[in-house]
Each structure stands twice: as structure tokens, then as C-alpha cells.
Write a protein that binds this ligand. Structure first.
Ligand code: CP
Length: 311
């Protein structure tokens, strides 16, 4: 069994695809702890990291994953490129395409931009976050972390709280968690909950304390001030008072509840520092799993160079 050519979103994956990626990532994880942290799996492949938005975790873990698999990397940041001189996304891609890469990892503010470039390139395209649409490798690394801590997804009670409207992480996580059998509740101020989101098979609860009851997993999301056209709540202080995860509030969840956050965290806004650094927090496990998930995705898409046009 193998994946298709591209990874544009979790929406396109089956439960079996997701399990294959998680199992492959588990096998890959020990490579990072060898004295020589490298295998020749992707020797001779060229991967372009095309980032039109800032990133710490996604970008660095993709770069490390490429190195661990012996691929060559070309790192492109829009802030140090001819994008600043007015070059468009498509012109940028068409120029880089002449350097014959095997894969593009792309982050861009426009939903659908990763799908768009698949029509212009020969290699695989991996979505590293496209606007508020999807961030598939984030949901996969979240899933690996949940599976390691909880064993399985079936009937797991997951609460995702924060800026639902602007989050690509939430969309990928809803697709993944629902496919794997989890029970998903969303929470946040009504101004940050998109209409009709229940159609994705989730529950919505705007009272955070009520929403926390009996949850096995609490995933807090960053307030994306840079994507909000108008202020959606009175102040950051007020947001924390109503929706901030504190030690006291965490006690309302299941006693073995884990706390997640895709990062970057705004301490004192989405959660108190004591919670971010608590024994319940698996935030740095998520980051560690990011390398093995990205190794697995690169390996499964590029192995053997047999990229069929199946996606
Ligand atoms: N979670 C995440 O995508 O983080 P970065 O923006 O740092 O890549």
C-alpha cells in the first residue's frame, strides 16, 4: 500500500493511509537517536522548502527530516527572495521547477495554493499550511502524539479550543480525528466559531468550563491576530479570563487528560505558563514527533521515485 503523489490535506486520506503514515513514523523515530542520524532512503532527491509565511517548527522539522533521509534541500523564504520585487507565486514556482526538484513543501497564506501548484510541477507537493484551509502534517504529528499517550482514537473525547475560524490546524485535526473514531468538541467565543462547522461532525460549546468536562485530550489553539480583520474579543486579558487554560480549569477534564498546542504558544493568552510546562502538557512531544511524521510522509511519497499521478 502507498499514498498518492501529493499530500494536500487530511480530507483526501483514508483511515488506512493515516495508520500507514503513523506506523511508518513510529519506525522512523529511532533514526533520530542513532549516533549517525541518517539513512540513504532519499539519496539524490531534491526537496524545495517553499515558505511564504513564517515558521519555526514545520520548516525546521521538514529540513531535518530531509537531512535524516539523505535528500538535498533548497530553502526558500519569501522574505529574502524576489517575491519582494513583485514576483508572483506561479512565476517563482515555474523558475524553481527548471531546477528539477522532486518535491515541494509549501506554506502560503492562500487556501488552495498548494493544489494550484500541482498543476505546474512534476514533483510531489506537500502542504505545510495553506491559509485557514489545512495543515496535514500538523494533524498527523498530533495524532501520533495522541496514539502514543492514549493508545487509540476510538471514542476518545477531544476538545479543541481557541480561534477556530482562522485555524488550518483545526480543520486537518477534525478530518483526522473523525476518520479515526474520536468524539470532537470545539470551543471558543461565538465570534471565532464559523457557521455550519457542526456539519463536519463536531459538537460546539462556547462555555469553556462546561466543554472541559470529562475530556481526554485538550488542544488549545493560538489566537491568530494577524488573520483577524476585526477584533473578535474585547482584550487578550479578557480572553484569558474566559478561555485561558489554567491549572484550576484543567481539573475539570479527565484526570489523565493531556494538553496539546500546535505552537507557537502565547503564554498567558491561550494557557497559563504552569499548564504549558505541566506534566499533562505534551507540547514538546508534538514537536519531537514532527520530525518522524515528516520523514514518513517524505519517504512514502518519494520512495523509489515512482510518483504516479494518482492524487
Ligand atoms: N505548528 C506550526 O505550524 O508551527 P510553525 O508555524 O512554527 O511551523
Amino acid at each position: 500500500m502507498s499514498l498518492g503523489k501529493h499530500l494536500l490535506g487530511i480530507k483526501d486520506l483514508t483511515k488506512e493511509d493515516i495508520t500507514l503514515i503513523l506506523d511508518t513514523a513510529e519506525k522512523m523515530s529511532e533514526i533520530s537517536f542513532r549516533p549517525i542520524k541518517k539513512v540513504p532512503a532519499l539519496r539524490g532527491k531534491l526537496v524545495v522548502n517553499l515558505f511564504f509565511e513564517p515558521s519555526t517548527r514545520t520548516r525546521s522539522s521538514f529540513e531535518i527530516a530531509e537531512k535524516r533521509l539523505s535528500a538535498e534541500s533548497l530553502n526558500f523564504s519569501s522574505g529574502t527572495s524576489s517575491v519582494l520585487k513583485g514576483e508572483t507565486l506561479l512565476d517563482t514556482v515555474l523558475n524553481i521547477e527548471r531546477m528539477n526538484p522532486d518535491a515541494y513543501i509549501m506554506r502560503h497564506s492562500s487556501p488552495g495554493s498548494c493544489k494550484l501548484i500541482t498543476e505546474y510541477v512534476k514533483g510531489s507537493v506537500i502542504n505545510a499550511g495553506d491559509g485557514a484551509s489545512e495543515h496535514p502534517t500538523q494533524a498527523l504529528l498530533d495524532a501520533l502524539t495522541i496514539r502514543q499517550k492514549k493508545g487509540s482514537f476510538e471514542k476518545l473525547k477531544v476538545l479543541i479550543c481557541g480561534d477556530i475560524a482562522h485555524s488550518r490546524v483545526v480543520r486537518s485535526n477534525i478530518h483526522l480525528l473523525k476518520k479515526m473514531g474520536a468524539d470532537v468538541t470545539l470551543c471558543g467565543p461565538a465570534t471565532m466559531i464559523p457557521p455550519y462547522i457542526e456539519k463536519m461532525g463536531v459538537k460546539v460549546e462556547t462555555n469553556f468550563e462546561k466543554a472541559l468536562s470529562q475530556k481526554d485530550v485538550v488542544m488549545m489553539l493560538r489566537i491568530q491576530l494577524e488573520r483577524q480583520e476585526k477584533i473578535l474579543f474585547p482584550s487578550l486579558k479578557e480572553y484569558f479570563l474566559t478561555y485561558g487554560l489554567t491549572e484550576k480549569r484543567l481539573k475539570l477534564a479527565d484526570k489523565n487528560c493531556i494538553v496539546m498546542h500546535p505552537g507557537p504558544i502565547n503564554r498567558g493568552v491561550e494557557m497559563a505558563s504552569e499548564v504549558a510546562d505541566s506534566k499533562e502538557s505534551v507540547i514538546l512531544d508534538q514537536v519531537e514527533n514532527g520530525v518522524s511524521i515528516r520523514m514518513a510522509v517524505l519517504f512514502l511519497l518519494l520512495q523509489g521515485g515512482e510518483n504516479e499521478d494518482s492524487n
